[in-house]
Ligand binder design. Structure first.
Ligand code: ASP
Length: 403
């Protein structure tokens, strides 16, 4: 029943043009009172540059949490040697770099996203521009590019020479199925009756005794082709690996400051050699990134198609709202990915997924589908909460992804 006091306060907000909205249900006692952390917290991946330390200093100096996320993303977008983000990212199957990004700003409860944008390197800033200067949340392709250019972003070719040669290697290595690469008449040209090419999908899912042998044979073949394409010796192994196991990478950053304000941002060139126009999880609000100013922020890198099917970042934040810890929430989202494959390990080993999670009180976790990288080292992430540290991810499955 409405008391007189309820009625008067309702009348006051209505007079001010506001409606009193009941808070969304917070089912667990623990999340009703998430006090801000004593120190800001950043979770992301290792960037190999100084942007994480710089970003932390920005937080201490009172910068907006989204400025901080953008600062780290821009470092990756500018790095020509980062094959998974911005300038230097690997192109789509037509040889064109298409970028995806999104962001959420906790304090204003706003979101922006850009998909399949070409010719503009700072996709994370374009996502923010769309959030701040349009009545939309998401723009894609030519429309997004035009919008960014109208606000002063410069067009440039994002395909570096190294990435172009990797793409040529990928294209020519499929030459038994197309016309790219030296013809049959050329010395060492394609076989008139080629054996089925050992491309990514043709590598058997069940690693048996033949598996390592097939990979070795394919690596040798690709290395010779890389030399033929003029890829310098010290870059050949990297190029070959990009063809055998097309890159995953991406940058996600989630941040909370000492006022409890949060933001998240994600930026990527997406799956290497994807079909033109493909959008991954990174521009999808709720998959690649989700921030709820009441609860926390989460984001993802890895197999985008799998993450989209479980709305990973949103799922994690909602599970935290129900009282789960960041780690339990992240592992539960991963369990849903595994469930979509009925736990079939022979298929799951081709997937890679890492969630970056920070709760409003500064509790954090990083959860990986697999415990180790292809080279057998633990999956790690970076946290900065006063000092920058590399920590091992929590994981769902023990073992190594092929990615
Ligand atoms: N999640 C990205 C995508 O699917 C790729 C990645 O993180 O490596 O586009």
């Amino acid at each position: 029943m409405m008391t007189r006091r309820d009625f008067l306060s309702q009348a006051a907000v209505t007079a001010a043009g506001l409606v009193s909205i009941p808070s969304p249900a917070q089912s667990a006692e623990s999340v009703k009172h998430l006090a801000p952390p004593q120190k800001p917290v950043i979770v992301t991946r290792e960037t190999g540059d100084n942007t994480i330390d710089e970003a932390y200093k920005m937080l201490l100096d009172g910068a907006d949490t989204l400025d901080v996320c953008n600062h780290i993303c821009m470092g990756r977008e500018d790095d020509p040697n980062d094959r998974s983000v911005g300038y230097g990212g690997l192109p789509n199957e037509d040889g064109i770099v298409e970028l995806d990004a999104c962001c959420m700003h906790g304090p204003t409860r706003t979101a922006g996203s850009v998909g399949a944008i070409q010719n503009i390197r700072h996709a994370s800033l374009v996502a923010r521009l769309i959030m701040e200067r349009s009545g939309h949340v998401m723009l894609t392709g030519l429309g997004a590019e035009h919008f960014a250019v109208m606000y002063g972003f410069k067009r440039e070719d994002l395909l570096t020479d190294d990435a172009r040669k990797m793409w040529l290697l990928w294209k020519e290595s499929r030459s038994s199925q197309n016309f790219w690469g030296p013809p049959m008449s050329a010395p060492g040209g394609k076989d008139a009756n080629p054996a089925p090419s050992l491309n990514h999908s043709a590598i058997p899912l069940h690693p048996g005794p033949k598996w390592a042998e097939l990979i070795r044979a394919r690596s040798q073949q690709l290395t010779a082709m890389a030399a033929d394409l003029g890829i310098p010796e010290h870059k050949r192994a990297t190029a070959v690996n990009q063809i055998l196991w097309p890159t995953t990478g991406t940058i996600h950053v989630s941040v909370v400051n000492t006022k409890g304000e949060m933001s998240g941002a994600t930026s990527t060139s997406g799956q290497a050699f994807k079909i033109a126009g493909r959008l991954g999880d990174s521009p999808i609000i709720g998959a690649g990134c989700y921030t709820d100013q009441d609860i926390g922020s989460a984001g993802a890198t890895g197999s985008g198609e799998e993450n989209m099917k479980v709305s990973g970042a949103h799922t994690i934040v909602e599970l935290m709202r129900q009282g789960m810890s960041p780690k339990d929430a992240g592992l539960e989202a991963l369990r849903r990915i595994a469930r979509n494959y009925n736990g079939d390990m022979t298929k799951l080993r081709y997937l890679d997924m890492i969630y970056y999670i920070v709760r409003k009180d500064g509790a954090y976790a990083d959860c990986s589908l697999w415990s180790t990288t292809a080279s057998g080292t633990p999956k790690v992430f970076v946290v900065h909460n006063g000092a920058k540290r590399i920590e091992n991810c929590a994981f769902l499955l023990t073992g190594t992804t092929t990615n």
